[in-house]
Design a protein around this ligand. Structure first.
Ligand SMILES: Cc1ncc(COP(=O)(O)O)c(C=O)c1O
Length: 372
């Protein structure tokens, strides 16, 4: 059994996938081929944004967003303490200070109350400029955008939606990637929409921001082309082969998201009451990038993980550390985040994909229940 079954997905899509890949190979337009623009147009329409700017990976999507909004030294960037390092790493590399907030114990997403308390504290201290909030759709589950947007509006903060794990998810009828001033995603292979290598994208409704992002991702190119460099930028292009892969997968994404709901329901029905299962708000749809449950203690988690290993059922702790305790963030003083720490200590992910057979789902459930 695979933790995320990309082999089965490839088998299901093979004729169409091979045809599209072959077409790029024949064209030899490996950079900037027509598939890239086609993907950007289709993804912008899918997500419900005016512009999609593809780029090399989800980390650089965030870097481009921070650069477009002029992040600088002395800026405070607020983000959840439980996420992947990329949510804040590019801003810190560009001189900003990370301020980690706690998560909601049910959704595992940025807790608006903790965010507001941290913003007010930074304002009171007066040492940093409160500037950015990164709201992550953690594990594919949409963040609380109403409450977070209200705080951003009240304090004049730029809101970045980090939808790396949430392509295909939706919040109150709107797709993830459409929230905040600007949104980003990742096409890392295991993501709900993943390519066969690295890839990412930025979404915006603002024409000027889109044009700035298009310049920043190609060495700060100017109106006269790529040798007319008008600012310092990056080399952060999505290559044509990855765009071809993504176009093929985009055709089945909606159907896959539906099947993901069925697998999640099955796990929830079998495991709730025995483990803490993920909570998705009424009106929201998770993309289920991962299906992570919480044991009641680290010891209970270890017992289940041992049983899964013995039965050849793969598992993953996603993620094992809160960000503020990582060595990389040691230079910055941050406050405890009890809910994020509890999550880090007790979470584990179950094998999950739209291609996980019912038989394998049952095997996972049986092994976990027996261990408990
Ligand atoms: C929440 C989050 N943000 C950003 C990223 C960065 O994406 P990439 O790995 O494509 O750079 C990831 C991917 O792992 C992620 O999970």
């Amino acid at each position: 059994m695979e933790f995320i079954d990309l082999k089965a997905q490839y088998r299901a899509l093979q004729p169409r996938m091979d045809e599209r890949i072959q077409s790029v190979l024949q064209s030899t337009r490996f950079i900037g081929g027509p598939e890239v623009k086609e993907l950007e147009t289709q993804l912008a329409a899918f997500v419900g944004r005016k512009h999609c700017i593809s780029c090399a990976n989800g980390t650089e999507a965030l870097q481009l967003a921070f650069m477009a909004y002029g992040v600088e030294e002395g800026d405070a960037v607020f983000c959840p303490d439980m996420t992947f390092i990329s949510s804040v790493e590019p801003a810190v590399m560009l001189g900003a200070t990370p301020v980690f907030c706690d998560i909601d114990p049910d959704t595992y997403n940025l807790d608006p109350r903790s965010l507001e308390a941290h913003v007010e504290q930074v304002e009171r201290e007066g040492k940093l400029r409160p500037r950015f909030v990164v709201a992550v759709d953690f594990l594919g589950n949409p963040a609380d955008f109403e409450a977070i947007s209200r705080i951003c509006d009240a304090h004049g903060l730029v809101l970045i939606e980090d939808a790396a794990q949430a392509t295909g998810a939706s919040h109150q009828g709107k797709r993830c990637g459409s929230f905040g001033d600007v949104a980003t995603t990742s096409f890392f292979p295991s993501k709900p929409l993943g390519c066969y290598g690295d890839g990412g994208a930025v979404f915006t409704d603002d024409d000027e921001t889109a044009s700035l992002l298009n310049s920043l991702k190609v060495h700060g190119k100017g109106p006269k082309g790529k040798y007319d460099n008008v600012r310092i930028g990056l080399n952060s292009r999505l290559d044509t082969l990855q765009a071809a892969v993504l176009l093929t997968k985009l055709e089945v994404l909606e159907d896959e998201i539906k099947v993901r709901q069925q697998v999640a329901r099955r796990y929830a029905e079998a495991l709730s009451g025995k483990l803490k299962v993920p909570f998705v708000k009424e009106g929201d749809t998770s993309a289920w990038a991962q299906y992570c449950v919480l044991a009641e203690s680290p010891a209970q988690r270890q017992k289940v993980l041992d049983a899964m290993k013995a039965a050849n059922v793969p598992s993953l702790i996603y993620y094992p550390h809160v960000l503020h305790k990582l060595d990389a963030f040691a230079p910055w003083e941050n406050t405890p985040a009890p809910n994020a720490e509890q999550y880090a200590d007790c979470n584990f992910g179950l094998p999950f994909s739209p291609y996980l057979t019912e038989e394998d789902q049952q095997k996972v459930i049986d092994v976990v229940l027996k261990a408990l």
